[in-house]
Design a protein around this ligand. Structure first.
Ligand SMILES: *Cc1c(COP(=O)(O)O)cnc(C)c1O
Length: 384
């Protein structure tokens, strides 16, 4: 089976992880600040905090922004459940904004929903903007709307490290409070499990730093009284153990040396798919001039009216032919956990249409032209 995504691990990656295993620190050693420094420099963000997953990063991002009971978080329905669950973790309500043809939150839909929420006093505290497939949302437009309505913005850039927006790296937080990356093995660079929260705001960074490790500080300036002795620390918030290990951070820093190579290769594969699939009854990924996508996934949408079989038949036919297609994503409001919250699928017509048509084709740097031809041929055969 050709998988839909796969990590690239070099001898150098293996060597740096082995070196950590032979060193004094398996966790909380020098590899973590080094990795954070590498990602902060790459993106241009002032602060980068490594944690054990993007899910954890989203959670502490929402908490640092003050999200709590009585508040509301908005995100895209076409995302991994973690983009929405972070709101529920904080006791907030979650609502969704329909997508547009890019697969990201539609700016017109967002503007209309904000205007409506403003009238009835139900504005969200936090908007999680998801850069689907690695294509940045129109962050300038989102930031302008967020400023007008007093909404804080988190970028869920789990797909998008290595991507660019307005010719600057995704993650620079120019148009958001916090940006989150994932380092799961199917993503652009990996640490096994892992994530990061980036921000230009010193107070948000300090708050997230506290929350990722039990809410404990060793900084006398933040304590309620002078330390009892050299052993002393204080717990001043209810935090978590969301720490990453040095083995993971070393792997991440090593992966970062190849990130541009990975993203260039993903874009080359994507352009090759665009050419080879151009004459099939499909809608191909949309290109946006101001966004250079990291191409985490390559999603085609079936033009079902022109095809003799169903979405499911095409999906199953691909799997039967050894092609590990996937579907990113089932609209979150359709998940059983969300069902009782009273969402009406008719409120999200573009997300419903997307779910009925979308298939993710294999996309990862080591996908060969020969494998890609197998994918294209299988799809062409099924759509004929
Ligand atoms: C993968 C992913 C996450 C969660 O990442 P983890 O590191 O696995 O916690 C969150 N949001 C999106 C959009 C993702 O694709």
């Amino acid at each position: 089976m050709i998988p839909y995504g796969r990590q690239n691990i070099s001898q150098e990656d293996i060597d740096v992880v082995s070196a950590v295993l032979r060193s004094d620190f398996l966790t909380q050693g020098p590899a973590i600040p080094h990795f954070e420094c590498v990602v902060a420099q790459y993106t241009g963000a002032r602060h980068a905090l490594a944690v054990n997953s993007a899910t954890s990063a989203l959670h502490i991002a929402c908490l640092a922004l003050g999200l709590g009971a009585g508040d509301c978080l908005w995100t895209s329905p076409i995302t991994f459940v973690a983009s929405a669950n972070c709101g529920l973790y904080c006791g907030a309500r979650v609502d969704f904004v329909d997508i547009d043809e890019t697969g990201n939150i539609g700016i017109a839909a967002l503007e209309a929903k904000l205007a409506c929420a403003s009238r009835d006093g139900s504005l969200p505290k936090v908007l999680v903007a998801v850069h689907l497939a690695g294509l940045s949302c129109d962050m300038e437009a989102i930031a302008a709307l967020a400023a007008r309505y007093g909404v804080r913005v988190v970028e869920d850039a789990s797909h998008a490290i290595g991507g660019r927006y307005q010719d600057a790296p995704v993650g620079n937080c120019r148009y958001s409070d916090i940006t989150v990356f994932s380092f799961h093995p199917v993503k652009i660079v990996t640490t096994g499990e892992g994530g990061m929260a980036l921000t230009n705001d010193d107070a948000l960074a300090a708050h997230m730093d506290l929350l990722r490790s039990h809410g404990i500080t060793r900084d006398p300036a933040r304590m309620t009284h002078t330390p009892d002795g050299p052993w002393y620390y204080q717990q001043i918030a209810l935090g978590f153990n969301y720490r990453i290990t040095d083995m993971q951070a070393a792997l991440g820093a090593s992966q970062m040396t190849r990130i541009d190579e990975f993203v260039v290769k993903r874009n080359a594969l994507s352009q090759r798919y665009d050419r080879l699939l151009a004459n099939l009854p499909l809608d191909l990924p949309v290109h946006i001039s101001q966004s250079y996508s990291a191409r985490h996934i390559y999603v085609v949408r079936l033009r079902l009216a022109l095809i003799g079989c169903s979405h499911r038949e095409v999906f199953e036919g691909m799997r039967q032919r050894g092609i590990g297609v996937n579907l990113h994503y089932i609209p979150v409001y359709l998940q059983p956990w969300y069902k009782d919250m009273g969402f009406n699928p008719d409120d999200f017509p573009h997300s419903q249409a997307y779910y009925a048509q979308a298939i993710s084709l294999p996309m990862y740097p080591d996908l060969t032209d020969f494998q890609q031809d197998q994918v294209v041929n299988a799809l062409a055969e099924l759509l004929a």
